[in-house]
Design a protein around this ligand. Structure first.
Ligand code: SF4
Length: 460
């Protein structure tokens, strides 16, 4: 009888290609926290196949570029960096370059990468991270490039549990609890590149968080494109309550939420559920009901304000932050003034504002009445000035207070002896301290409060 050859595990095929101690992987991440979390899985998979970690692309034999498609600028920046990797491949033909992330789920970009970037070996869309070993094994075995056409946006890809994760921080962790989005805001590419919403089983999420808490992680952020529409055997508020029962000294945050999915039960979690940090990031996008309708946001300003009122009734000191898009097609002066009025009324602690960037394939990219770039820029400046004033005013009452801060590490600007951390409300604090306090909670007396950061002194 003819013998059927045993199927080779693709990860084993890659392991045979990898030169121990020499072959290293470099992962470059663009974009949001979800991409950072995905990069930790890409890295985990590569390490599990025998690669070591490279500090620079020049030291790597496997380069994974985890891209973002949310704005044109992010895509062009990624393409320009990918272009720079040509010389790495020329120097070492063993180098394999893969483009992952949201750009790898855009058919026109996949085509572009295939045609114009011959040194790129494969693309891998975000919903298929688990297939990195088989993709890589195929490229190594056949010496052919692999550019798979992304799934249709209507697809509901399976959730792959058990992918190894190489966490880049020892004290902070991302935990993805749901993937994809069903909302189709008219400006947004996410539903087309990350597929339909699907949630992880609550048991999987809880056991991951128990493990993180037991290993001493101090801050856990639940991630999802539309995190508060999570649903498995419980809804999002139910999940938050169950996480509140887990033992450990850690803070719980979540992002990004959609106003239409903010339930009374979720609001009631603040101040009652242990671990839950007093912070809510809730994108408003515009203060004009007309623009919100054109954006297909499915709430109006009145509904948004009622959420803010209820959140502040539960916890008057809760940190509220938001996202705003400036210059959406058809945004009139009056629409923009309505956004400024909303900012004055709500008085967010911080606002992340963006000039509208048309995304191919989204309805808004076809809308008439584009706002001229100079008008958008002028509006943006006014918005930033206003929010800067508000943020400074919101931070001022913190002067003289002593706050519990989770120290993240040395200040990113490299000032010697200065460490950086976050308050429970998520405010950035700089303070002089020894490096040993990185990754621990410290008490900081605030002695300066600016719009974007606080400064203080270690009190213990
Ligand atoms: S809710 Fe809207 S903005 Fe957020 S990911 Fe979904 S479509 Fe994009």
């Amino acid at each position: 009888m003819e013998k059927i050859p045993a199927r080779t595990d693709p990860a084993d095929e890659v392991r045979r290609w990898v030169i121990p101690g020499e072959s290293r992987v470099y992962v470059l991440t663009f974009g949001c926290q979800q991409n950072e979390a995905d990069s930790e899985r890409l890295l985990g998979l590569a390490l599990s196949m025998g690669y070591g970690r490279a500090d620079t692309p020049e030291d790597a034999e496997l380069i994974l570029v985890n891209t973002c498609a949310i704005r044109e600028h992010a895509e062009l920046k990624a393409l320009s960096i990918i272009g720079g990797f040509k010389h790495v491949k020329e120097k070492n033909p063993r180098v394999i370059i893969g483009v992952c992330g949201c750009m790898a789920a855009e058919p026109h970009r996949v085509e572009d990468l295939k045609r114009r970037y011959p040194y790129v070996s494969f693309t891998l869309e975000p919903a298929k991270i688990a297939s990195l070993p088989s993709l890589l094994a195929g490229v190594i075995r056949t010496k052919k490039r692999a550019f798979l056409l992304p799934d249709e946006p209507t697809a509901v890809p399976p959730i792959d549990e058990g992918i190894p994760v190489e966490r880049l921080s020892r004290h902070k962790a991302w935990v993805s609890i749901m993937y994809g989005c069903n909302n189709f805001c008219t400006y947004c590419i996410v539903p087309y590149v990350r597929g339909r919403e699907r949630s992880r089983e609550s048991g999987e999420v809880l056991s991951e968080i128990k493990g993180l808490a037991a290993s001493g992680v101090k801050e856990i952020t639940l991630l999802g494109q539309n995190v508060n529409s999570y649903r498995s055997d419980c809804d999002f508020a139910g999940l938050v309550r169950r996480i509140g029962e887990i033992e450990g000294d850690f803070r719980l945050r979540f992002m990004t939420s959609h106003p239409k999915d903010v339930s009374d039960d979720l609001i009631a979690c603040f101040g009652t559920v242990p671990h839950l940090a007093p912070q809510f990031h809730l994108p408003i996008q515009s203060g004009s009901d007309g623009i919100l309708r054109k954006m297909n946001r499915r709430y109006d300003v009145a509904r948004y304000l009622s959420i803010v009122e209820r959140l502040r009734a539960r916890d008057p000191a809760i940190t509220l932050t938001s996202d705003v898009i400036v210059g959406f097609p058809g945004e009139s002066d009056a629409d923009f003034e309505a956004t400024l009025d909303l900012l004055r009324l709500v008085r967010f602690d911080a606002v992340y504002s963006f000039i509208y960037s048309p995304r191919r394939g989204t309805p808004a990219a076809e809308y008439p009445d584009p706002v001229p770039p100079d008008v958008s820029r002028a509006r943006m400046r006014r918005l930033l000035d206003l929010q800067c004033e508000i943020s400074a005013e919101k931070n001022r009452p913190l002067l003289g207070q002593t706050l519990r801060v989770l120290c993240d590490g040395p200040s990113p600007d490299g000032t010697p002896g200065i460490m950086t951390g976050r308050t429970a409300g998520g405010k950035l604090v700089h303070f002089p301290a020894p490096e040993e306090v990185a990754g621990t909670f410290v008490q900081i007396k605030i002695d300066r409060a600016d719009a974007f950061a606080l400064r203080g002194t270690l009190t213990e």
